[in-house]
Ligand binder design. Structure first.
Ligand code: CU
Length: 165
């Protein structure tokens, strides 16, 4: 609602006889962009990456369901304190997590452990211990997907399911 009021103010401002057409176009483009943002149907999830050892670490959410056509916002909170606890969150086609996790190791740190593999739907940045990162993407078509942490050695226990209905 706040954002809509803001957009109206921009619209009023824009209609107050700008002598510069370019400026007018820029304002109109900005309005269109912001309207598109407001109209997106966001589904937001906060996921904690918890634990401080290879045995304890996990996501505190392991099952996410969204509607087709929505936009997904994942807020990944790395609650670890041990410096070895680096995590990301990577969404992949169902049944491909082992393949993607294996290629992630080859891709290495320079690629943020995200391989160039068409089964990857969306991938976050790496979160350091104590860091929170956000990943936004458009939900893929209806179906079953999985999510994993592709940091080497983590994917077998740091994983969950993602359903688009
Ligand atoms: Cu991890």
């Amino acid at each position: 609602m706040k954002k809509i009021t803001y957009l109206l103010l921009i619209a009023i401002f824009a209609s107050c006889g700008s002598s510069n057409d370019n400026k007018q176009n820029n304002v109109e483009n900005q309005i269109q962009t912001e309207v598109a943002e407001v109209e997106k149907n966001w589904e937001e999830f906060t996921i904690g990456a918890i634990g401080n050892t290879m045995a304890e670490m996990k996501y505190d959410v392991t099952n996410i369901t969204v509607n087709e056509g929505s936009w997904v916002r994942i807020i990944l909170v790395n609650e670890g304190v041990d410096l070895a606890m680096l995590h990301n969150i990577v969404f992949v086609n169902y049944g491909t997590r082992k393949e993607v996790a294996s290629e992630a190791i080859t891709a290495g740190r320079a690629a943020k452990y995200v391989p160039n593999n068409s089964n990857v739907i969306a991938a976050s940045e790496l979160a350091n211990p104590g860091e929170t990162i956000t990943l936004e993407f458009e939900a893929p078509k209806k179906g079953n997907y999985e999510f994993i942490c592709t940091y080497p050695g983590h994917s077998e226990i740091m994983r969950g399911y993602f359903f688009v209905k």
